[in-house]
Design a protein around this ligand. Structure first.
Ligand code: F6R
Length: 242
């Protein structure tokens, strides 16, 4: 794992956006794996800036998102579909047919998961952006998810539901399930960039980098990835031993 230490989320976002820019410049037809949540907002802000300054063309890029709540309508402002359009896709020239977000409205979730996994097999992800949950989850792979898991339905844990409560007006609106790339799906990405910022990520970061490799901390599987960069701010890096 390559560790890049930065001061705060703003700087982390710029670093990650620069890595993504380099990837897209090297291969304009590359396949991006994208994340939602608070962490990647600054990354998307910088990617939009690069695009607006005529310096980054997304016209041949394909994207796959890590996850989506289930069930949820695309137009629900809490859906990850909505988030991605507002925070990134509406501001760049990615083609709608090149955007892949798992369908949170489907009846047959197993079919959606299998189709999504197959699409990724056919379009291998060149670079995957990740955040990390305070319990060590990546995408919605909660603690105890087998490392071999592909795209699947998950029941969200109490810890994740509470972490996500800040995005919802009423607690009962928070979805209890999600569809997510599995850990095996994520590990197939050729390159991974994980951003961790803020004090509440410090324990998870310590375990991911220096703890045992165990499904108790799903992010610890990244220790086995051959090209994984962790961008970490001062607060999230607090418990890392030098
Ligand atoms: C989002 C995702 C999640 C988040 C994680 C951190 O697509 O897959 O694993 O990356 O929950 O969320 P934030 O960034 O809101 O702290």
């Amino acid at each position: 794992m390559k560790i890049i230490k930065v001061q705060n989320n703003e700087e982390a976002g710029l670093k990650a956006a620069e890595i993504f820019k380099k990837e897209i410049k090297n291969n304009p037809k590359c396949v991006l794996g994208l994340a939602t949540g608070s962490t990647p907002k600054t990354t998307y802000k910088h990617l939009i800036k690069f695009h607006k300054h005529n310096d980054l063309d997304f016209s041949d890029v394909k994207t796959f998102n890590l996850d989506e709540y289930y069930p949820i309508k695309k137009e629900n402002i809490q859906s990850y579909h909505y988030f991605m359009h507002i925070k990134l896709f509406d501001h760049i020239n990615v083609k709608p047919e090149n955007v892949n977000i798992i369908d949170g409205e489907c009846d047959d979730y197993q079919k959606s998961c299998d189709d999504f996994e197959k699409m990724i097999e056919e379009n291998p992800i060149d670079i995957q952006l990740l955040g990390i949950g305070s319990n060590g989850h990546i995408a919605f792979n909660e603690p105890n998810t087998p490392f071999t898991q592909k795209t699947h339905l998950v029941q969200l844990t109490e810890s994740t539901i509470n972490d996500n409560a800040r995005f919802f007006d009423h607690h009962e609106e928070i979805p209890l399930h999600a569809l997510t790339m599995g850990l095996a799906t994520i590990m197939k990405a050729k390159k991974i960039v994980l951003i961790a910022t803020g004090k509440n990520k410090a324990n998870a970061v310590k375990h991911m980098i220096q703890g045992d490799k165990t499904p108790l901390c799903p992010a610890s599987i990244l220790q086995d990835h051959s090209d994984c960069t962790i961008i970490v701010d001062e607060e999230a890096a607090e418990l890392i031993e030098e």
